[in-house]
Design a binder for this molecule. Structure first.
Ligand SMILES: [Zn+2]
Length: 95
């Protein structure tokens, strides 16, 4: 029980961000969350950069949407590195 009940510094923040509550904890969630988040951030960031080069400055809605999506995946990456098992399970969602 010790590792599952231990709280990390991200638990307090995740309590508010992950409003859906606790999710089942799985061993594979951490590496998958980390790799997936990193891929989306790098790939998405590059895609946005390319789009701006071709299309010019995006509108406000696009910027807000990208900031939101970027934040979600950045938070996922942070959790996969620093979070406890509970936080990883929460940010990953149901699986
Ligand atoms: Zn935690």
């Amino acid at each position: 029980m010790s590792i599952f009940t231990k709280k990390c510094s991200l638990c307090g923040v995740n309590k508010y961000i992950c409003f859906w509550g606790d999710m089942p904890m799985r061993k594979w969630k951490r590496p998958v969350l980390g790799i997936l988040s990193a891929l989306v951030l790098v790939g998405g960031g590059y895609a946005i950069y390319e789009t701006i080069q071709i299309e010019g400055e995006p509108d406000l809605f696009f910027k807000l949407l990208m900031s939101f999506v970027g934040f979600i995946f950045l938070w996922g990456l942070i959790n996969s590195i620093f979070g406890c098992d509970r936080c990883v399970a929460k940010t990953f969602g149901s699986a």
